[in-house]
Design a protein around this ligand. Structure first.
Ligand code: NDP
Ligand code: GDR
Length: 328
């Protein structure tokens, strides 16, 4: 029997890699997209254009329970990966309201529709290391206390609690992946890694001259998105639902990321990077480092792509992208 998967946020970085992975596994893959994306595929569906004809796309909105309900009734999925979210932490300081609305109510709507229309469907929630925020221990694991530092982090703690409650109260087989930062050539340009690699490439090509950044000393545990979506799937193949930290266990500063990225194109980042105080966050998550030993033990998952390989792949892709005359 062909398994049916439903992905919310299929147009995003993780959704696109996950859709490819599930197609390879023989799944029938359905995705929820915004109505406008269907009208404007070249701009809105660029990450999934190559596989679009093999996907079943449904227009629905995270803000509308009836629209999500209709998709669940029509698809009756075996597995649901809930990835859609306002995912940019900085923006969540500018607009707390839409972040909390989309991320908390959106998650609630997906869970409520699943419970009524497909109660045997396994559910994955995209939780985040941002839930640890002002970290209570180093490294962080599944039992570490949450202390979010942004509306985004708060929304993910609420989504985590909603997911656990649907598991405990209604018996839904629901897991949370507490994923640390993961990047790729498909990362949005607003995130610091892609901002750095895209600027390094454009500076090398003579298209621009400088890169403005905020906190260069922030520390993150950066992995590759292609490997992280596999962990999502592995979680849902377990007989019992559990929550897992997914991380590399290695930490680097933003400064180190810039140093490695610029050196990939033979440049010294110190000649191009300036600090823009406007890019500092009202409350910063200074340091994140994950302990993924539970995922290794129970899922057999580990991260294999190194930090330098990740940065090099992103820079190389951006060199090609901008050399071909593409705008952002
Ligand atoms: P992206 O920002 O690349 O993708 C977000 C997706 O959510 C897009 O498909 C976007 O659609 C969709 N979306 C956003 N707002 C809405 C809305 N109001 N209604 C419908 N769809 C919406 O995120 P990633 O792929 O990087 O991350 C996937 C998930 O994992 C997110 O929930 C994120 O918070 C979480 N996460 C990510 C981590 C990372 O390092 N990447 C780490 C930990 C958690 P559209 O294209 O139309 O805007
Ligand atoms: P993050 O990712 O907030 O960790 O959330 P981001 O790449 O935006 O920031 C990482 C760190 O870099 C510092 N920084 C800058 N960040 C951006 N965006 N732009 C800059 O110019 C800049 N300069 C320094 C930030 O202050 C921060 O410390 C990502 C998202 O994918 C979330 O959805 C996800 O949940 C978490 O990772 C885990």
């Amino acid at each position: 029997m062909t398994k049916r998967a439903l992905i919310t946020g299929i147009t995003g970085q993780d959704g696109s890699y996950l859709a490819e992975f599930l197609l390879e596994q023989g799944y029938e893959v359905h995705g929820i997209v915004r109505r406008i994306a269907i009208e404007d595929p070249a701009h809105r569906l660029w990450r999934i254009l190559a596989i679009k004809d093999r996907l079943h796309l449904h227009a629905a909105s995270l803000e509308s329970l009836p629209s999500i309900y209709r998709v669940f009734q029509a698809v009756k999925p075996d597995e649901c990966y809930h990835l859609a979210a306002q995912s940019f932490v900085s923006y969540s300081f500018e607009d707390e309201f839409s972040t909390l609305n989309a991320n908390i109510n959106g998650t609630h709507y997906v869970l409520a529709a699943l419970k009524d229309c497909a109660p045997a469907c396994r559910f994955y929630f995209a939780a985040s290391s941002e839930m640890f925020g002002k970290v209570a221990e180093v490294p962080q694991r599944e039992t570490t206390r949450f202390h979010p530092r942004s509306a985004y982090g708060i929304s993910k703690v609420a989504g985590f609690d909603l997911t656990r409650n649907y598991r405990e109260a209604y018996g839904i087989q629901a897991s949370c992946g507490i994923l640390y930062n993961h990047e790729s050539p498909r990362r949005g340009f607003e995130f610091v890694t892609r901002k750095i690699t895209s600027h390094a490439a454009r500076i090398k090509l003579g298209l621009i001259r400088e890169l403005k950044l905020g906190n260069l000393e922030a520390r993150r545990d950066w992995g590759h998105a292609r490997e992280y979506v596999r962990a999502m799937w592995m979680m849902l193949q377990q007989p019992l639902a559990e929550d897992y930290v997914i991380a590399t266990g290695e930490q680097h500063t933003v400064r180190e990321f810039a140093e490695v990225a610029f050196s990939c194109v033979g440049l010294d980042y110190r000649n191009y990077v300036t600090i823009d105080p406007q890019l500092l966050r009202p409350a910063e998550v200074e340091t994140l480092l994950g302990d993924a030993s539970k995922a290794k033990r129970e899922l057999g998952w580990t991260s294999k792509i190194s930090f330098k390989e990740l940065v090099a792949e992103m820079v190389e892709a951006d060199m090609k992208h901008f050399a071909a005359g593409n705008e952002k």
